[in-house]
Design a protein around this ligand. Structure first.
Ligand SMILES: Nc1ncnc2c1ncn2[C@@H]1O[C@H](COP(=O)(O)OP(=O)(O)O)[C@@H](O)[C@H]1O
Ligand SMILES: [Mg+2]
Length: 224
């Protein structure tokens, strides 16, 4: 990295810190206002988040492989403490994630350990920086509809503003967002989902991946 690039990078990192501090203050204000938070405050929060995403993007573009100070966005549940065994399954899943498989499914009877395995594998993939973001969704507590899935993707990738778009626009915006980088989407308890648009969404992601030819790809992982 040249001296100039290094200075640019330092500047971007400093700017990121300032933006994140500002965002923290604004979020605090929002929490104090509760549901009465003024629209201008919400807009300002969105603006800060978008700026943060832009600066992070610039930093990534500068040195894609080396981002020690920036965490990969994810909403994974904590790994199961005392997770044991499953070495073969973990290796196989990680191999498939690295390979050409856009969708990976874990199948088995209830209680066999599918959810735990998906969480474990995803944490390992995160450590290895296989993805630029990991989105966990679960149909355990209630049956999600497509809109819920889109909102979770947007929030996890720190694009809260997308959640307020009209539904059609939101679908294409989230689709576009997922195609910009390499993201993992996990749908736990997939078999209980009744909204067929979610299945279509997963299929469309695969198609999108096929068209994506710049070395980036997208994986959806389903556990049921
Ligand atoms: N490899 C493992 N090591 C330790 N505990 C596990 C392991 N796999 C599953 N468990 C435990 O077994 C229980 C059922 O696992 P879970 O992943 O929820 O199964 P499923 O999703 O297939 O229904 C959970 O309490 C989980 O913590
Ligand atoms: Mg489960």
């Amino acid at each position: 990295m040249s001296e100039l690039q290094d200075l640019e990078r330092q500047f971007l990192i400093e700017r990121l810190k300032i933006l994140k501090t500002n965002l923290g203050r604004l979020e605090l204000m929002r929490a104090e206002y509760g549901i009465n938070a003024p629209l201008s405050l919400l807009n300002e929060i969105d603006k800060q988040k978008n700026e943060i995403a832009e600066v992070e993007e610039q930093l990534r573009a500068q040195s894609a492989a080396d981002l020690p100070s920036l965490e990969t966005p994810h909403n994974l549940p904590h790994a199961v403490g005392g997770f044991v065994g499953r070495a073969t399954e973990i290796d196989e899943a990680l191999e498939r994630i690295e390979g050409r498989w856009p969708v990976i499914c874990f199948e088995g009877i209830g209680g066999i350990g599918k959810t735990s395995l998906a969480i474990e594998v995803s944490h390992r993939a995160l450590e290895r920086k296989y993805f630029d973001g990991v989105i966990w969704t679960s149909a355990k507590d209630r049956k999600p509809v497509l809109n819920d899935l889109l909102d979770i993707v947007a929030r996890t990738l720190e694009r809260e503003n997308l959640t307020r778009l009209p539904k059609d626009e939101k679908l294409s915006a989230v689709h576009k967002l997922l195609r910009t980088r390499r993201y993992q989407v996990i749908v736990d308890n997939f078999e209980t989902i009744e909204d067929e648009r979610i299945l279509q969404f997963v299929i469309d992601i695969q198609v999108a991946r096929g068209r994506w030819d710049r070395g980036q790809s997208l994986a959806a992982q389903m556990a049921w």
